[in-house]
Design a protein around this ligand. Structure first.
Ligand code: BGP
Length: 470
């Protein structure tokens, strides 16, 4: 369906430090909130991941070969500041200089996040984003990076504030594994917004060259079936997942409409949100200063009203049909029989991306320019028995998924939405936080035992579309 990319379209692949680098114990790196947690859990380890720490030249070479012009990477805070603060570690700093140089020398523009789910263990133990001192440490770390890495001109502060807050404190599938701790979740959302806003203000006041924004994953919520009660449940979920963060980022205030819904959720859960004097001025000031918006999209949810206690089951194994989610004072996720799902019960619905692009563009004009910074399909994939170096792994399902989502993006674009790029999640296969190594997303297949890369059919498709820009 998608025949041609717009001229100068940013056509990239996404990674995150902890999911690709491996090498978690070398060159003075400090622990993140994950190291001990994963060890205790005993399901899978963050080493070797895709050994990007050593093999980045190979992945950049493949990126170039298959027509990419951009890559998302994140800096591991703990490679530079093992405790999150203090003296920088030169080996970590040098690594990122080498990585950025390799990208730029090959015509691959690096889009760099400062925080992608990998809080330093020391700060995590001290309350993570719930401790306001964390915000100051993050601002110091950001300033260090802006001063140290002038070769980077595309920055993102924090990746997916909601996924972090929601997985840590609602779903319980990220450390510290609280379930339905609504006070912590909403407070973490607010504090992360504040940290983002402070960094944006610092970047702009400091006159740094380049552009800055943040990344939200947006999950449109539809009532199913469509009744007034279910619509209200969908509105509540939307406020918690999307509107609160979009308002805070691009309006610099939580609108009355959003707060009415948020307060209904807080009341039902005996939870509270602490907004301190001056917080909203900081958000307001930053709200017009983002240069662009990174929008991650995987799936919508379908919601129905629910009056019971909160319970959930997270499907982190790929056993289809095992997930459930019921949130007191909000609603319950339901299966819409008309919508296909993945083995991890993720809804496949490209129209959701079109809907959310239109909404962001009309309701949040301060988002200015949009990049789809993640979108992709997780699959169980294996090497064929008679594999050779030239084997191409067939992933037609992924091609179809990306094609349909690109079509939604280009439709929104043709109707005036300023969306100028797409980063597939993910560049190469990598380790997934709550699922491990069997949920593969890459354009490039990684044999984790040997670290050898194989090409998937989707990489050829990616290249063919890249060529339409020439
Ligand atoms: C996003 C994260 C990524 C990545 C992706 C896929 O939320 O930013 O880090 O992991 O989702 O999710 P999963 O690995 O759970 O399938």
């Amino acid at each position: 369906r998608v025949k041609k990319l717009p001229k100068d379209f940013v056509w990239g692949g996404a990674t995150a430090a902890y999911q690709v680098e491996g090498a978690t114990k070398v060159d003075g790196k400090g622990k993140t909130m994950w190291d001990d947690y994963l060890k205790a859990q005993g399901r899978f380890a963050p080493d070797p991941a895709s050994d990007f720490y050593h093999l980045y030249p190979e992945d950049i070479r493949l990126s170039k070969k298959y027509g990419l012009n951009a890559i998302r990477v994140s800096i591991a805070w703990t490679r530079i500041f093992p405790k999150g603060y203090g003296e920088p570690v030169q080996a970590g700093v040098d690594y990122y200089h080498r990585l950025f140089k390799e990208c730029l020398d090959n015509g691959i523009e690096p889009y760099v996040s400062l925080h992608h789910f990998d809080s330093p263990k020391t700060l995590f133990d001290d309350g993570d984003w719930l401790n306001r001192k964390n915000i100051d440490h993050f601002v110091d770390y950001a300033k260090f990076c802006f001063d140290e890495f002038p070769e980077v001109t595309h920055w993102f502060t924090i990746n997916e504030l909601i996924s972090l807050a929601y997985s840590q404190y609602i779903q319980g599938n990220f450390p510290p594994s609280h379930k339905f701790d609504v006070t912590s979740a909403i407070q973490a959302e607010h504090n992360e917004l504040l940290a983002h806003a402070k960094v944006v203000n610092l970047f702009k006041d400091g006159g740094y060259k380049g552009k800055i924004g943040l990344i939200h994953v947006l999950q449109p919520v539809y009532p199913y079936p469509n009744t007034p009660e279910n619509q209200h449940a969908a509105d509540l979920s939307d406020a918690f997942m999307n509107a609160f963060l979009l308002d805070g980022t691009f309006k610099g205030e939580y609108t009355d409409k959003t707060m009415k819904l948020i307060n209904e959720i807080l009341d039902a859960n005996d939870a509270k949100l602490d907004i301190q004097d001056g917080d909203m001025d900081i958000l307001k000031k930053a709200s017009t200063r983002n240069d662009y918006f990174g929008l991650n999209y995987y799936q919508p949810s379908f919601f129905a009203a629910y009056n019971g206690e909160s319970t959930n089951h997270f499907n982190g194994t790929g056993e289809k049909g095992t997930s459930s989610f019921k949130f007191k004072g909000v609603g319950q996720a339901v299966k819409n029989p008309n919508i296909p799902t993945t083995d991890w019960d993720w809804n496949i619905y490209p129209e959701g991306l079109y809907d959310i692009l239109k909404r962001v563009s009309s309701e949040y004009p301060n988002s200015k320019e949009i990049f789809i910074t993640e979108n992709g399909l997780g699959l169980k994939e294996e090497l064929p028995e008679n594999v050779t170096d030239d084997t191409i792994i067939n992933d037609d399902k992924r091609i179809d998924f990306v094609d349909q989502h690109m079509e939604a993006i280009l439709k929104a674009r043709s109707e005036g939405v300023n969306v100028n790029g797409y980063f597939i999640w993910s560049l190469q296969d990598q380790f997934s936080w709550a699922n491990g190594y069997n949920k593969r997303y890459g354009l490039f297949f990684v044999d984790f035992a040997t670290q050898k890369r194989y090409i998937k059919k989707s990489a050829l498709w990616y290249k063919a579309l890249a060529d339409t820009m020439k």
